[in-house]
Design a protein around this ligand. Structure first.
Ligand code: NAP
Length: 316
């Protein structure tokens, strides 16, 4: 595909009649993506866990683009019940889903568990999005050329994968380790989903993106440490803004030349900043055996199956 030097939000095609869901669309790069697609005419769903923060984001979009077709829908990725409710409500209201941006995330937090008993970083960043994608599968499959974009991180490259201790049930938890692992799981899920779309002959695409270093609220959870309280605001001022950080997600989701299995990130300074280009994931992210095993574990843990991709309705 063409690698244009400076792909920007102006390169997003007209999205009138297209439906885009952005998880964590109320903040950071998710909010950047929401503004960009709403401006291009998409029916835009801000999927947020907070009524207040979600409404504030929606108000800001409508103030900036009075004709925007945007709405807020509540989604808490730490709750399988909330994910199911969101998907059911979405399918009642929308006959199509052109872009599902699995963007929401938490980073570097003390050990804790989700409502369903999953370690929180893996539970939110991977299992929540796995379950959401599975619950939205029918509407994705019904939409020609639908795209799922998983937002990963450079951190996936240094991550340790232990599928026998996915949720740290056997110990070994570290705040950074679990974040990196969750982002590697995002990549394994991306490639496994693409393989399954292809095997099922479905006209849908699974892609990934990462924003390099982009100012956002992501580091907020870390700021209870005194040295980070001082360093993070300075760091956030030095790095690119969230609208720029949203561009890899937007390119993966909307560039007509992008296709399943591709991964986009910033093109400069070791992928930390710049306009989006196609980038390479770690070799481990492409491991097919790990992708398949992760898929099976994720189905088992969440109870969500992607039946529309199973040839005879039973194979995993
Ligand atoms: N910023 C970077 O430099 C960077 C680098 C690499 C990767 N990333 C990835 O980029 C993505 C977006 O992060 P960001 O930097 O834009 O951070 P952010 O400003 O903190 O945004 C994260 C979003 O995720 C939402 N979220 C967190 N837990 C959730 C849950 N349980 N259910 C639903 N939504 C939830 C947050 O909601 P609240 O507003 O309610 O907290 C927020 O809207 C993440 O996947 C992150 O791993 C970011």
């Amino acid at each position: 595909m063409a690698r244009r030097e400076k792909w920007t939000a102006d390169d997003i095609p007209d999205l009138t009649g297209r439906v885009v869901v952005v998880t964590g669309g109320n903040s950071g790069i998710g909010f950047g993506a929401v503004k960009a697609v709403a401006r291009k005419g998409a029916d835009t769903v801000i999927a947020s866990r907070s009524p207040e923060r979600g409404q504030a984001a929606l108000d800001a979009v409508k103030a900036a683009f009075p004709n925007a077709k945007a709405e807020l829908m509540l989604l808490d990725l730490t709750s399988l019940a909330s994910i199911e409710r969101f998907a059911t409500e979405f399918a009642d209201r929308y006959p199509r889903l052109d872009v599902l941006a699995n963007n929401a995330g938490i980073m570097v937090i003390p050990y804790g568990k989700t409502e369903d008993g999953f370690e929180r970083q893996v539970g939110t960043n991977h299992l929540g999005h796995f379950a959401l994608t599975g619950r939205l599968l029918d509407v994705l499959v019904a939409t020609p050329g639908a795209r799922v974009v998983n937002v990963s991180s450079l951190a996936h490259k240094r991550a340790e994968l232990d599928l026998d201790n996915l949720l740290y049930e056997k110990g070994g938890y570290s705040e950074w380790g679990a974040y990196g692992r969750s982002k590697l799981l995002n990549m394994l899920f991306t490639y496994e989903l693409q393989r399954r779309f292809e095997r099922a002959g479905v006209d849908a695409h699974s892609l990934a993106a990462h924003p390099g270093f982009s100012a956002s609220n992501l580091t907020g959870h870390m700021a209870d440490r005194w040295h980070l309280r001082i360093a993070l605001p300075i760091f956030n001022r030095l790095i690119q803004g969230p609208d720029m950080g949203a561009l890899p997600t937007l390119r993966a989701g909307t560039d007509p030349e992008a296709t399943g299995g591709q991964y986009f990130g910033p093109g400069r300074l070791n992928e930390t900043t710049g306009h989006p280009v196609q980038v390479e994931a770690s070799a481990g992210a492409h491991d097919e055996a790990d992708g398949k095993r992760l898929w099976e574990l994720s189905e088992e843990l969440t109870g969500v199956r992607f039946t529309a991709l199973e040839a005879d309705g039973s194979e995993s």
